[in-house]
Design a protein around this ligand. Structure first.
Ligand code: BGC
Length: 419
């Protein structure tokens, strides 16, 4: 963290967000938000009411593999199309209430590593989470979105660029003023926190503000593979991924990868004839066929015969036959992969809590993402690990679900920037 605060281009990028204001919970107004980088693309209209109430109208769109892996211009045109369609369905009052100088303001949640140079400027460092669009790395993603909107004549001004962790942090802070960290534990993983501006040595920034939100980009922690206890199964996954030697921490923690790590471990057990009588299946041999959602279902199966585990293995993945012992072994492997992910997440959180020196005073942490929300015992496992590290002081740390916070956060950032 200290290296990234001092210099640009470090492994943990420590990206300045240019968000210095802390929401007071009293902000009012109507803003648009566009959220790209999770499982779905979302366009939202967010109304912050004077009574602290938030109302959201939103539409989700699926980003097809063609857009994820094609030309950047096509992806951004698709984003502009989705915004256009969404606007067409809004009523006139909603449209008017979020506009300024005839244009609607939009907060753009873009959940990939960018080198941000202003609240509304940021160059993409690299794609993650299966996106590989050509012609975007090194370019300003706000400019690309604005150009696409202009090409289509959509009356929208992109006024803030935020990472989903920054959005989650802002949205959680709006409701819980002691919030210091925003975390995503979903398809990808990352964290943002409030840092003293005087500590951000690499930043030339004149402002009276004391704090700025920093987006760690912790997914790339230990890309050098010097610190983490990386296994042969992690290395196999890394080597076969479209970004080898990048996002090493993310590849051990986040939802996109847990199923594939488990599959790698099980394939090894199959080849050593320790499970399934040494027989795999075409489906099981296919990359990423073992979904992370299976881990949740398998860990939750408490039946004597592990019936749901059997269904997944024999009916979904077409393994010819499994014994109860096989299924118990599969369940244990899932537990190990799941526990490791939660404990590594807790290690990351502990580092930031220690860096900010807030274990005595305590803080709130807003967390979003499918792993945290749906994976059985994920939260309990993080808490156990925090307790191991901090003792009873760990109880000063409150973990809270900040569901879909990044949209609200992007609206807040757009609002703070317009202010
Ligand atoms: C991206 C981050 C993002 C995280 C969670 C990672 O792959 O690099 O920018 O915050 O996923 O969505």
């Amino acid at each position: 963290m200290n290296k990234g605060l001092e210099k640009h281009g470090q492994t943990v990028a420590m990206v300045p967000s240019y968000v210095t204001g802390v929401p007071t919970g009293k902000e009012v107004g109507t803003f648009l938000a566009l959220d790209l980088g999770g499982t779905n693309l979302r366009v939202c209209l967010i109304k912050l009411g004077s009574d602290g109430n938030i109302s959201i109208k939103q539409q989700k769109y699926k980003v097809s593999e063609t857009y994820k892996t094609g030309e950047a211009r096509q992806l951004f045109d698709f984003l502009a199309d989705c915004i256009d369609k969404f606007l067409a369905e809004l009523n006139e009052t909603d449209k008017r209430s979020s506009s300024k100088e005839g244009k609607l303001n939009l907060g753009f949640t873009f959940s990939f590593p960018v080198e941000q140079t202003a609240i509304d400027k940021g160059n993409l460092i690299s794609w993650t989470k299966g996106f590989t669009c050509a012609g975007a790395v090194g370019k300003d993603v706000v400019f690309m979105l604005q150009e696409a909107l202009n090409r289509k004549g959509v009356p929208v001004k992109v006024s803030a660029l935020v990472n989903d962790t920054v959005g989650t942090l802002l949205a959680h802070a709006y409701k819980h003023p002691k919030t210091l960290l925003g975390v995503i534990l979903g398809t990808g993983t990352n964290c943002a926190y409030f840092e003293k501006i005087s500590n951000i040595k690499k930043l030339q920034f004149n402002s009276n503000a004391e704090h700025m939100i920093i987006n760690l980009e912790w997914g790339s922690f230990d890309n050098e593979k010097k610190v983490l206890p990386i296994t042969m199964f992690d290395n196999k996954l890394d080597r076969e991924s479209n970004i080898p030697r990048f996002q090493i921490f993310e590849k051990m923690v986040s939802g996109m990868y847990l199923g594939e790590i488990t599959r790698n471990v099980l394939l090894n057990l199959i080849d050593r004839k320790l499970i399934f009588d040494g027989i795999s299946s075409k489906d099981f041999n296919t990359h990423y066929s073992f979904e992370t959602a299976y881990l949740s279902t398998i860990e939750e199966d408490d039946s004597d015969t592990l019936e749901n585990v059997r269904k997944i293995l024999e009916e979904e993945l077409n393994i010819p036959s499994t014994t109860l012992t096989d299924r118990k072994i599969v369940k244990r492997v899932c537990q190990i992969v799941g526990i490791r992910s939660a404990r590594l997440s807790a290690a990351g959180l502990s580092a930031i809590i220690s860096h900010c020196n807030v274990i005595e005073t305590g803080c709130d942490i807003g967390i979003d993402g499918s792993l945290f929300e749906f994976y059985p015992a994920f939260e309990a496992r993080i808490k156990n690990a925090l307790r191991e590290h901090f003792g009873s002081n760990a109880d000063n740390i409150n973990l809270g679900l900040a569901r879909d916070g990044s949209g609200v956060g992007a609206a807040l950032a757009a609002m703070l920037s317009v202010k």
